[in-house]
Design a protein around this ligand. Structure first.
Ligand code: DGJ
Length: 730
């Protein structure tokens, strides 16, 4: 890893592990984007800048260089209004009401290491020799607006982290209308755009489309990253597949409103961008103030989508996720939500925990309904004191009953919410997001606390901390069950109301930072009606996320497959639930439910006391198997073999870093009579090693498994599955 600076050519060549990224500052002072892709050597790369003279409809900024128009220059952080007509990366309104600025290079600095982003989640380094950072300072002389573009390259990862700081260096007030985290211009439009889109219980499905002229983008206006879209897009070069070809992915380390996309212009260049959604956004910058954008993580792979995913997984597992659990295998849990919903008491909970302990499960999680008067979802959010009707001897007593069984104890919270029917709302009706005089739109009978307020932030930290200090709790599920409406804050002046949504995120990040650092022994799992806030921002504070409220094994194939495009398997909660499945009504075998859930942070979410003896035996085997393979599932390399979006069968596998072990999961959705002969190829093994298939006498060459493949298993009945374990023969 290094950042090379060629002063004579005004060229910055950023080199990550196997990636190059080249920036050239034109003689007029515009940072031009020259290259992003497989690592190249660092000579004379300014010739990569190709300018062609265009018609006068692309105006030239320099009379002596007609070929130079900002409309055709491949740029790093483009503005609007002085000859680039494409999607700008930033827009600022000056005190005189105009919005034209012209950023030019002023200076740069190359730093060892990677500075943190004030108040925001970001990838990090543990020592300065792990990364280098380029800070390019640009300035609009007229207004004093100063923009610092930051690029970090990692020694150990094929990733570049970009972010931007906008400083009001002038004397008038500035209004930020847009401030993306990154923008760059690809030289052509021969790509497919991949996005992860869905809905509640159908999150992160893979969608691809060929680029066409114009704007194609995804965004959230919901106040969170959302079930509907994920803050991620990838460009797949023509012919790129799961395993081959150039893929360029960008992911925003942010949990609020975002936009991400591509604009293909009239010359078939493709502008790729990601950042906070400018829709309904405005940020007032007084002289001397600055605004920090979230971080965008850029990953290039020449080994297809799979290679890109593994780079994201490695980086996020090692240098986004923090804390004691980053490198620890995660416990197998049982959660009572789908077992009891709100209808439980201490005895019922103890019975489920006891059944879990007998099956080898390690952690019991008490979900919604333990506080206030919460017998259904109409009340009590905000009243974080124990419901003595359900738990007459309090939480401490329940926790010790569970601990006596040698099980850990986890607890559910929804700290960002307030029920209109609650003690908290009676005391503080202005603590929710709202607009004076307007209806306060409820969703699931609840409103959202205004986390832009310091008093609200402090209340949440105190209320959650009091409970966490009251008993030996080792896991927290942090839920959030609605999107934002009437976004406004009682404490902000009129000209800062449109800052509320981003201020909310900054408040949330502050609250999570304070709570997670005060309780470092607690494993935090975020959740938003399942996967409504499955993003890199949340993972910085909480190393795992409840992937989806849909626990059906067949639905989960697409959800977990899609999620794995960016996020590591160690970040995905996956549970076996009852049949008929509560979300889709499907009946699948316990074996298949187990095999799909084994491909994540494994757990159960049903009434374990109702299992038959035969089912108990199956569960014991699943639990024992997970304990043997979880280091692979959570920390191995993940390879997607067969896509649920392309056929009836899904397969994926996990390979240890030293390639001595592998775990393969194969699921077939519907059976066909008289099936054709078929094989599926494994990936990521050592071709020169022999592997023993556990539970059989067979040994296979790694080369045979990868090049000839395994015979597709033959099943009788729908929703069938099989897992395989391979160990390198000594
Ligand atoms: C939504 C979550 O995704 C569920 O797992 C459960 O915790 C409920 N909320 C509880 O209200």
């Amino acid at each position: 890893m290094t950042i090379l600076y060629d002063q004579q050519r005004s060229l910055f060549h950023l080199q990550a592990k196997d990636t190059s990224y080249v920036i050239h500052v034109t003689k007029e002072g515009y940072p031009a984007h020259l290259y992003w892709g497989k690592k190249i050597r660092g000579t004379q790369l300014d010739r990569l800048l190709e300018l062609k003279e265009r018609a006068s409809f692309s105006p030239s900024t320099e009379l002596d260089r007609l070929a130079l128009s900002l409309d055709t220059l491949p740029q790093e952080y483009p503005g609007y209004g002085n000859s680039d007509f494409r999607m700008p990366a930033y827009q600022v309104m000056l005190a005189d009401g105009t919005t034209v600025t012209d950023l030019r290079y002023v200076s740069h600095e190359i730093l060892q290491g990677k500075p943190g982003l004030a108040g925001l989640p970001a990838t990090y380094v543990e020592s300065d020799d792990e990364a280098q950072t380029l800070e390019l300072t640009l300035k609009d002389e007229w207004s004093g607006l100063t923009v610092i573009l930051s690029y970090s390259v990692f020694e150990g990862f094929d990733a570049i982290a970009r972010s931007v700081r906008l400083v009001n260096g002038g004397s008038g007030t500035l209004q930020l209308k847009r401030a993306f985290s990154m923008s760059l211009d690809m030289p052509n439009d021969q790509f497919e755009l991949l996005q992860l889109s869905g809905a509640w219980t159908r999150e992160r499905h893979v969608h691809k489309r060929k680029l066409v002229p114009g704007l194609q983008s995804v965004e959230s206006r919901r106040g969170s990253s959302s079930h509907m879209q994920n803050p991620f897009v990838a460009l797949l070069a023509e012919g790129a597949t799961e395993d081959h070809g150039d893929v360029y992915g960008v992911n925003l380390v942010y949990s609020g409103n975002f936009t991400a996309g591509v604009e293909v212009d009239q010359f078939h260049t493709a502008r790729l961008f990601i950042g906070i959604n400018p829709f309904d956004f405005n940020w007032k910058l007084e002289p001397g103030e600055q605004f920090q954008t979230p971080e965008a993580v850029l990953v290039h792979s020449e080994n297809g989508l799979g290679g890109m995913s593994r780079s994201f997984h490695d980086l996020y597992r090692a240098r986004l996720i923090r804390g004691a659990f980053r490198d620890q295998t995660r416990p197998i849990l049982v959660n009572n939500w789908e077992a009891t919903y709100f209808n439980f008491n201490a005895d019922k909970i103890e019975a489920i925990a006891k059944a879990g302990q007998e099956l080898g499960i390690e952690l019991f999680v008490l979900d919604d309904g333990w506080f206030g008067k919460r017998d259904n979802d109409t009340t009590s959010l905000g009243d974080w004191f124990v419901d003595r009707d359900k738990l007459p001897n309090g939480l401490e007593d329940l926790v010790s009953r569970v601990k006596r069984l040698d099980m850990q104890f986890g607890l559910w919270f929804e700290p960002e919410m307030i029920s209109p029917v609650s003690e908290l709302y009676k005391a503080h009706p202005d603590w929710c997001l709202h607009l004076e005089g307007r209806r306060r739109t409820q969703a699931r009978h609840q409103l959202i606390l205004d986390l832009s307020r310091k008093d609200v932030q402090d209340y949440i930290v105190q209320a959650v901390s009091d409970i966490l200090s009251s008993a030996p709790i080792t896991y927290v599920k942090w839920d959030m069950n609605r999107n934002m409406t009437e976004i406004g804050s009682a404490l902000l002046p009129a000209d800062r109301q449109r800052e509320t949504a981003h201020r909310y995120m900054l408040g949330l990040y502050d609250v999570m930072e304070r709570i997670t650092s005060a309780f470092p022994h607690i494993l935090f799992e975020s959740c938003s009606g399942g996967g409504g806030r499955f993003d890199a921002g949340m993972l910085y504070y909480m190393p795992q996320t409840w992937t989806s409220d849909n626990t059906d094994a067949v639905s989960r194939l697409k959800i977990q497959y899609g999620t794995s495009i960016v996020y590591p398997v160690s970040s995905m909660g996956a549970h076996v639930s009852a049949v008929p499945n509560h979300q889709v009504g499907r009946i699948t075998s316990l074996e298949t439910r187990g095999n799909v859930a084994l491909s994540g942070n494994f757990g159960y979410e049903l009434d374990l006391t109702r299992f038959t003896d035969e089912e108990k035996e199956t569960v014991k085997e699943q639990v024992a198997l997970y304990k043997e393979v979880r280091h692979l599932v959570q920390f191995g390399d993940f390879y997607r073999l067969l896509s649920p979006f392309e056929g009836n069968d899904t397969a994926w596998m996990f390979v240890s870093k030293d390639k001595s072990e592998a775990f393969v999961v194969y699921v077939s959705v519907l059976q066909e009579p008289n099936p054709k002969l078929n094989r599926f190829r494994l990936k990521g093994l050592d071709a020169g090693l022999d592997y023993r298939m556990e539970g059989t006498d067979s040994t296979y060459g790694g080369d045979e498994l990868m090049y000839a493949g395994l015979a597709t298993p033959q099943f009788h009945g729908d929703y069938a599955s099989r897992v395989y374990r391979f160990t390198a023969a000594k």
